[in-house]
Ligand binder design. Sequence first.
Ligand SMILES: *[C@@H]1O[C@H](CO)[C@@H](O)[C@H](O)[C@H]1NC(C)=O
Ligand SMILES: *[C@@H]1O[C@H](CO)[C@@H](O)[C@H](O)[C@H]1NC(C)=O
Ligand SMILES: *[C@@H]1O[C@H](CO)[C@@H](O)[C@H](O)[C@H]1NC(C)=O
Ligand SMILES: *[C@@H]1O[C@H](CO)[C@@H](O)[C@H](O)[C@H]1NC(C)=O
Ligand SMILES: *[C@@H]1O[C@H](CO)[C@@H](O)[C@H](O)[C@H]1NC(C)=O
Ligand SMILES: *[C@@H]1O[C@H](CO)[C@@H](O)[C@H](O)[C@H]1NC(C)=O
Ligand SMILES: [Cu+2]
Length: 185
Amino acid sequence: MLFFALATLVSAVSAANISVKVGDNGTLAFDPPSVTAAQGDTIVFQFLAKNHSVTQSTFAAPCAVMTTPMAGIDSGFQFVAANATQIPQYSFTVNNATSPLWFFCAQTNPVSHCAKGMVFAVNAPTTGAKTFSAFQAAAMGASNASVSGSAPAASGTPPPSGALMTRASVVGVLAVAAAGAFTLL
Ligand SMILES: *[C@@H]1O[C@H](CO)[C@@H](O)[C@H](O)[C@H]1NC(C)=O
Ligand SMILES: *[C@@H]1O[C@H](CO)[C@@H](O)[C@H](O)[C@H]1NC(C)=O
Ligand SMILES: *[C@@H]1O[C@H](CO)[C@@H](O)[C@H](O)[C@H]1NC(C)=O
Ligand SMILES: *[C@@H]1O[C@H](CO)[C@@H](O)[C@H](O)[C@H]1NC(C)=O
Ligand SMILES: *[C@@H]1O[C@H](CO)[C@@H](O)[C@H](O)[C@H]1NC(C)=O
Ligand SMILES: *[C@@H]1O[C@H](CO)[C@@H](O)[C@H](O)[C@H]1NC(C)=O
Ligand SMILES: [Cu+2]
């Protein structure tokens, strides 16, 4: 118990802000597309152009909004005018560093940004079936042959309840912080 209390304290003291650029230089991409975060770290998204979102999905369905057991994290669409002098920012805090979080851009007009590979992950495993690369390949239609092979099918098994609990608690934190989550730089 003491160990966990101390670990929590240390993690809180060293909590970092991790910056992610969205749509930099007009790209359909998160930069970086995959990050490693410790418990308590805050991921800060800077929307630099166009009209993107950072929307939570699942590994099994990369381009679909997470709805169960409850709504996932979602910035909503963040429009940036070509002549904008300020950019929108959105953030959430990671509550459980051992549970990967999967995201996509929900923009589909005029094309699906997700199908173009505009996906993002927090703490994706670096080995095994559920890597960021496998997630991105699935988003881009890995079932269309070339990338498939060992890549997991689009209809995977549901995540363990622990992961679902984790997502729920992350959402809880987001809800608490929601009022202040959107700021202009
Ligand atoms: C993270 O950003 C918040 C809000 O801008 C700031 O108060 C805090 O000091 C930053 N933390 C670090 C470790 O830079
Ligand atoms: C955007 O352009 C700048 C300057 O050329 C470059 O440093 C940066 O890496 C680019 N970002 C992306 C996401 O391509
Ligand atoms: C941003 O994209 C969404 C989804 O396509 C659309 O509903 C919304 O009108 C767009 N916002 C602007 C200002 O174009
Ligand atoms: C940006 O362009 C739009 C459309 O031309 C104009 O209405 C708006 O005032 C401009 N905004 C700035 C900050 O220049
Ligand atoms: C996958 O293949 C189908 C049929 O050829 C095609 O319609 C679809 O656009 C492809 N999906 C992607 C993401 O390339
Ligand atoms: C964190 O996530 C892991 C993996 O999903 C889970 O086993 C663990 O119970 C979670 N821990 C907490 C405190 O929710
Ligand atoms: Cu996008």
